[in-house]
Design a protein around this ligand. Structure first.
Ligand SMILES: O=P(O)(O)O[C@H]1O[C@H](CO)[C@@H](O)[C@H]1O
Ligand SMILES: Nc1nc2[nH]cnc2c(=O)[nH]1
Length: 292
């Protein structure tokens, strides 16, 4: 239940210092690539990349569609770091371990985190290929006490009881909507509530019906844990879901959720996702620094 020692402040600091010694890039923005969305990292210029296996204290990616590389570079002239592959609870890592990169990024000076994910569409108005800007979340593992902040609180990261009603930055949500409209994406741009489950099994029909009734528009197995830790460290958060499949809500349906469809939808939307994220990064106001 409690974090293991490899997730403590000193180890996060050691990894942040190790990375800072390997690259002169001082990222202000971190981008986390969802399943099949690793192409987002290709947008970075002057890349310096590390395999996760070479980074001290970093977990390894085990999921198809998550390459396991940390890529530094610039996007529209702004220093960024991109996780080409994230970690999920179902891979067997402690929840504190899968969120460790957020703390390392914070210690490196990152101010804004952009998270992307592939998700099933619970909202019946959503279509496969829709991009949903996340305005809120439902943390089902958290209901059972599986929260990444479980254990002793280290005040050097943040407060014991962080607020989550402002988890998703409203200005960035509006900016993303504007950017999407300008790009002509209005037909497939949505807003909604993301629900995280532990996975790796996809949902039953009864579970999908229940989650929809609870107020969730999309369901997945990631992001929320990272958001909680990023907010705990005081970073600004923007997140989006690509609706890669429609959640099965009907006993007459022949549809079956599967990871191949998830990856294929991500591939088909990769160019629009890249344009949206790069334009968002280009237009977002810096928090403290004025030199980018
Ligand atoms: O959330 P990301 O990493 O995009 O991955 C999503 O896609 C996988 C299922 O196909 C699950 O890991 C789910 O969480
Ligand atoms: N839990 C869950 N995760 C997903 N990731 C992509 N699609 C889905 C889905 O339908 N359910």
């Amino acid at each position: 239940m409690f974090p293991d020692s490899s997730t403590c402040y000193e180890d996060c600091k050691a990894t942040a210092e190790w990375l800072k010694a390997q690259t002169s890039v001082r990222p202000l923005v971190a981008i986390v690539c969802g399943s099949g969305m690793g192409g987002l990292a290709d947008m970075l210029k002057d890349q310096v990349a590390f395999n996760y296996k070479d980074i001290p204290n970093f977990p390894q990616s085990t999921v198809h569609g998550h390459a396991g590389r940390l890529v530094f570079g610039t996007l529209k002239g702004r220093p960024c770091v991109c996780m080409q592959g994230r970690f999920h609870l179902y891979e067997g890592y402690a929840i504190q371990k899968i969120t460790l990169p957020m703390r390392i990024f914070s210690l490196m000076g990152v101010e804004t985190v952009i998270l992307t994910n592939a998700a099933g569409g619970l909202n019946q108005d959503f279509k496969v290929g829709d991009i949903m800007i996340i305005k809120d979340h439902v943390n089902i593992p958290g209901f059972a006490g599986n929260n990444p902040l479980t254990g002793p609180n280290d005040d050097r990261f943040g407060v014991r009881f962080p607020c989550m009603s402002d988890a998703y930055d409203r200005d960035l949500q509006q900016l993303a909507l504007d950017v999407g409209q300008e790009l002509g994406y209005g037909d497939f741009l949505r807003e909604g509530v993301y629900c995280v489950l532990g996975g790796p099994s996809f949902e039953t029909i009864a579970e999908c019906r229940m989650l929809h009734k609870l107020g969730a528009d999309a369901v997945g197995m990631s992001t929320v844990h990272e958001v909680i830790v990023a907010r705990h460290c005081g970073m600004r958060v923007f997140a989006l879901s690509l609706i890669t499949n429609k959640s099965v809500m009907d006993y007459d349906s022949e549809e079956k959720a599967n990871h191949e469809e998830v990856l294929e939808t991500s591939r088909l939307r990769s160019s629009q996702l890249q344009k949206m994220v790069s334009n968002l990064v280009n237009k977002m106001e810096p928090i403290k620094h004025t030199n980018f």
